[in-house]
Structure formats: C-alpha cells, structure tokens
Write a protein that binds this ligand. Structure first.
Ligand SMILES: CC(C)(COP(=O)(O)OP(=O)(O)OC[C@H]1O[C@@H](n2cnc3c(N)ncnc32)[C@H](O)[C@@H]1OP(=O)(O)O)[C@@H](O)C(=O)NCCC(=O)NCCS
Length: 333
C-alpha cells in the first residue's frame, strides 16, 4: 500500500476520492443523501477561509482504498486545533490503512506545530473504536436533528412570526453580509463563543467583517447558497440564523450558526429568526424539503428551540480531540 500526498487534486483524483466518499457514506450513513461529485470537488479545492488543506490518498494495487483530509487553521489561528477526516473504503477496512493515513496526518500536525486535532464520528460506527485506539478522547456529544418542512404547521409559523419582541425588526440577506451590517454582524457572531463546547474550542473563532466575507465567499465557491436572517434593534444585531443550501442537491439544507447575543436573550429571538428563515425558504427555495442540524447535548436552550420548530432526533455524533503528542507516530506515543 502506498500513501500519496496530493497537492492540487487532478480530476481523476477527485473522482477516485469521491468514489471512496460515496462508498463510505452508503455503508456508515445510508440515510444521508449522497454527496455529489461537485460537493466533493468543492471540499477539496475550496478550503474554509484562513486554512490550508493537506490531502493524502492510500492506494492498494493502484486502487484508491482510503483518503485523509487535514485542515490546518492559518497562522493567526495557530492555537486552534487542526481537523482530520479519514475515510477507508468498506472493502479495505481492518488492514491498517486508516492508521497509516492518520499517522501521516499526525506527522503533519506536529511538523506544522499545531497543538491538537479534532475529528467527528457517528456514534455506533467503526470510527468510534478507531479514534479511541489512536489516542483521541470524546469531548462533546451532539444530537443530529432533521426538520421536514412539510411538517411545519403554517398557523404556528404565522403566529410565531407575528409574536416578535417589541422594538426589534428582521433583516435578511443572501450571500455575503451587506457592508452596512458587517460590523454589527461580526459582533453578533462573537455570541457563538459561549455555545457549550466542553473545551473542544471548535467554535471559539475571532470574527470581523473580512472574515465574514471570506466565509460567504467560500460557500459561494463551493456552489452553495448562504441565507441569513437577523433580528435588529437600532444598530445592533441581537440574534441571527444561517442556512446553507447545497448547489448540487438542494433537497437537504444545512443549518449553520444560530445565536442570540447575551443581553437580548429570553425574548424568543432564536425561535423568531428561525421561523422567519423557514418562511423565507418556503417562498424563495421551494426545492428545499429538509433542514439538518446538530446540537450539543448540553445546549438545552437550542434543543428546546429546535424541538418547538419540529426537528426530530436522528442520530448521535461524537466530537473527538487528541493532543498532537498523543497521536501515533515517531514523535507521539
Ligand atoms: C474509521 C475508519 C477510518 C477505520 O479505518 P481502518 O482502515 O479500518 O482502520 P485500521 O485498520 O487502521 O484500524 C485501526 C484500529 O482501529 C480499531 N478499529 C477500527 N475499526 C474497528 C471496528 N470496526 N471495530 C472495532 N475496532 C475497530 C481497532 O483497534 C483497529 O486495530 P486492529 O484492527 O488491530 O484491532 C473506517 O472505518 C472508516 O472509513 N469509517 C468511516 C469514516 C469515518 O467515520 N472516519 C472517522 C473520522 S476520522
């Protein structure tokens, strides 16, 4: 078996990568709509803002049997953990391919001086014993939720929209935040900092107007559409919710961030902006049938909001983290 570092993936490599992704998805997560080739290509060629991707392919007799994706945050975020995703085709498992790929990524994490690495596993899949065998510890349990838009009661939606808190208004935009709202929106995004994350630090990001534009650019480069609804009071954004509709397969949209700024909590602003988003999608994007999200199990307020909206619990995810020194390899354990 050879492990090949991939710099800029060729079209052939993207297709080979995609065939591993779809085989893994069909085996470990068959209820999920399959990722499209465009989505795979976007993920490999348009990294999230301020980060660098390192990619490896494991080839067995010329066939791509596994892949590894490592995202290193840029230097200004050098204290944040790197993110790793290792995928091995179901026909090639338990032969040490996952461990070899992880070992290469671990070397890169240490070479680039990153302190730690995070990974996500679906509970009940081989990823759990794999990550635990490689020095990772579970730092957060998340519940995956799904809302079918046809299950949303129109009367409930109209009542919730009409019951907005006095003194607040709603604004919405598609794509990048308009310039006049950019600073206020960056302030509101900082409210995500106190999302319970049990020390995993994945949400502890510094936001400013440039970073917001970079994030919107990244979504657009992947061919996806970003929708944002915000509650405003004077010049302040008090709360917001973001949805991304994938370009190639609009049926299932993804919930991105939702937050209410601390001084504005307790006024049902979270549910109000989410209801306004549902109403907007209903008219603007009738091709969207479902919204998926996940919530940390200790984020009781957001779970309550999502229960009221009609989200159903699907499956459990586990976020794992390892210190660079706990990962396998010459300079690790
Ligand atoms: C997780 C995954 C990458 C493991 O790949 P792999 O090539 O089978 O892993 P390895 O052969 O290197 O396994 C290393 C160790 O992990 C543990 N392990 C892996 N799969 C396991 C399973 N199904 N049951 C129990 N232990 C398992 C074992 O300790 C194994 O060592 P052993 O075979 O000597 O007992 C693969 O199952 C996969 O692609 N899963 C879907 C993608 C995913 O969820 N990735 C996790 C995020 S990084």
């Amino acid at each position: 078996m050879d492990i090949i570092a991939v710099d800029t993936p060729t079209a052939v490599q993207v297709r080979a990568w995609h065939s591993v992704v779809t085989a893994v998805q069909a085996f470990d997560n068959p209820e999920e709509p399959p990722q499209t080739l465009e989505q795979t290509a976007g993920r490999l060629t348009a990294p999230p803002p301020n980060s660098r991707l390192l990619l490896w392919i494991a080839a067995v007799d010329g066939v791509t049997a596994g892949v590894a994706y490592l995202r290193l945050p840029a230097d200004r975020d050098a204290g944040r953990p790197a993110e790793i995703d290792v995928l091995v085709h179901p026909a090639y498992r338990r032969r040490g391919i996952g461990s070899r790929l992880l070992g290469r990524a671990a070397e890169a994490v240490r070479e680039h001086g990153r302190p730690a690495v995070v990974a996500q596993a679906i509970a009940g899949t081989p990823a759990v014993p794999f990550l635990e065998s490689q020095g990772f510890q579970c730092v957060l349990v998340l519940t995956g939720l799904l809302l079918r838009l046809e299950d949303v009661d129109p009367a409930w939606l109209a009542d919730t929209l009409a019951a907005g808190p006095p003194g607040y208004g709603l604004v919405r935009w598609k794509g990048a935040v308009p310039d006049e709202l950019a600073d206020a929106f960056a302030q509101a995004k900082l409210a995500m900092v106190d999302v319970p994350a049990d020390g995993s630090a994945t949400e502890r990001m510094h936001w400013d107007a440039d970073r917001l534009r970079e994030m919107a650019d990244m979504v657009a480069k992947r061919g996806d559409d970003l929708y944002t609804v915000a509650a405003v009071r004077g010049d302040v954004i008090a709360g917001f919710t973001e949805i991304v509709v994938p370009g190639g397969s609009a049926e299932r949209a993804a919930q991105y961030d939702t937050a209410v700024v601390p001084g504005h909590r307790g006024r049902r602003i979270g549910i109000w902006v989410k209801a306004a988003m549902l109403e907007w999608l209903r008219t603007e994007r009738p091709d969207v049938r479902e919204i998926e999200t996940d919530n940390a199990d200790d984020n009781v307020h957001m779970l309550a909001v999502n229960d009221e909206l009609g989200f159903r619990r699907q499956r459990e995810y586990r976020d794992y983290q390892a210190e660079a020194s706990d990962l396998p390899g010459p300079a690790g354990r």
